[in-house]
Design a binder for this molecule. Structure first.
Ligand code: MN
Length: 222
């Protein structure tokens, strides 16, 4: 039976991505979905995006990092908004133009039976159709300070990334797959319909992360 494998934020972590694909035994008949942010920050954005471009059974939603590069591509400029942007262009090399043409076609959402994949999140109190690109690629908390998924009540499973945590967010109707591989933690995928999660430890921290949002409270501190 064919499966759906939703892959968390890769950020150029090519070695860990290959290991994840091996560990999930991903086959051409499986439906692969990336939550976006395939590129930027990490060691090998080129190999990751070239893998995406040659993998016909992969769909990838647009991440905020792709969106920033795309905005500059369309304006005929190159981004220097992030300190790591020049390094991303250097890694892409002459794959830059084909990569941007691929990224230009990335949708903001991908749907499956009982499944919705977005990069970051959205305000569940408003209809999905009212959510713009910025909301879908950037949302973590809503105006009340609570994570968007705590307000989400539908049965459709939302798989998302963007919010790097040491452990995946696992709720009945929402799964957060950004386990901060580029920060030295892990690359995580969700396999459906079994709802099995697979995590590959990062080879190293490619970017320093000073503080995690799911820091465990030390025993006794309560
Ligand atoms: Mn992101």
């Amino acid at each position: 039976m064919s499966r759906t494998i939703v892959i968390g934020d890769v950020h150029g972590c090519w070695a860990e991505l290959q290991e994840l694909l091996r560990a999930t035994a991903a086959k051409p008949e499986d439906r692969l979905i990336s939550v976006g942010d395939l590129v930027s920050k990490g060691p090998d954005s080129r190999s990751v995006i070239e893998w995406a471009m040659r993998t016909p059974n992969l769909e990838c939603v647009l991440g905020n990092h792709e969106r920033r590069l795309l905005r500059h591509w369309r304006a005929g400029t190159k981004s220097d908004e992030k300190a790591h942007d020049p390094e991303t262009y250097r890694q892409l090399g002459d794959a830059y133009a084909p990569a941007m043409r691929y990224i230009e076609k990335m949708p903001l959402t991908v749907s499956g039976p009982g499944l919705l994949v977005v990069h970051a999140g959205f305000d569940p109190r408003e209809g999905l159709e009212w959510q713009g690109a910025e909301a879908l690629t950037e949302t973590r908390r809503l105006a009340d300070g609570r994570p968007w998924y705590e307000h989400y009540r539908d049965r459709t499973l939302v798989a998302f990334g963007h919010w790097a945590k040491r452990r995946p967010v696992v709720r009945p109707n929402a799964v957060g797959l950004d386990t901060g591989c580029v920060y030295g933690n892990a690359l995580t995928a969700l396999i459906l319909p079994e709802r099995v999660m697979v995590s590959i430890p990062a080879r190293r921290a490619y970017v320093e992360k000073k503080r995690w949002d799911d820091e465990l409270v030390p025993a006794g501190a309560l």
